[in-house]
Design a protein around this ligand. Sequence first.
Ligand code: IPD
Ligand code: CA
Ligand code: CA
Length: 279
Amino acid sequence: MEMLEEKKMELWNEIDQLARNWINQAGDQIRASFQKTLNIESKANRNDLVTNIDKETEQFFIGKIKSTYPEHRILGEEGFGDELKSMDGIVWIIDPIDGTMNFIHQQRNFAISIGVYENGIGKLAYIYDVVHDELYFAKKGEGAFLNGERIQPLRKVKTDEAIIALNATWLVTNKHLDHHLMSSLVRKVRGVRSYGSAALEMVYVATGRLDAYISPRLAPWDYAAGKLIVEEVGGKVSTFEGNEVSLIQKGTLFVSNPFIYDELLNDYIKVAKIQTDRK
Ligand code: IPD
Ligand code: CA
Ligand code: CA
């Protein structure tokens, strides 16, 4: 029994070392791409962008993972991984570039996001802010770290002193959230920000730079890593109904400092969610 536990620990340490190494290499490649011309295409709509770098980065990770751990499965945004129907075994959930629009327009405010799960439980999480060379990392049960320094547990905040992240789309008529109620939330809190990268917005909640993040339309690769990082510092991650987020299907995401979670969820988010909104 003890032997098995030791072997497992060794495996997770090895996965961690390799993941860091691959993330560094991918970061170098992404930084080098700033000097080159990007090949930009659109996906579901004209603002849903993908570049050759998103695709190459995902293929790079998948190549490394599959050649080292052929039994591991991979869910990647750009579709080069496996088709997942369950979270059985070890599953890597990868967003090669979260914040592609920022990557293209700003060359900042984007990140590599990788969550490694075992039977549906987050074990390791990495969000790498490539431009600032900042690696946010969490290991299940061992806390979260920014470039090796422990991120402190989230402290008490009050709603009227909170800064929340919210896309301006949800403050005009839209089919996901009642914008009147969202406007009253905006008036209630101290400030509102929007960075355009779910992964970064989640680690900003984890580090207390933001106190909540609300998004009605995200995919598992947007939040798989951020979920573990936020939870390891005591933050809350749920759907707009207050349920566990799915790692297989798209859905709503509410991330919050634990001290304002109930109030924001019950007084604003649950009520603002437009009920006809079925995905
Ligand atoms: C997007 C970003 C953005 C969020 C979008 C995501 P992508 O991810 O996280 O902040 O509002 O819904 O799709 O496409 O840049 O990886
Ligand atoms: Ca994304
Ligand atoms: Ca992406």
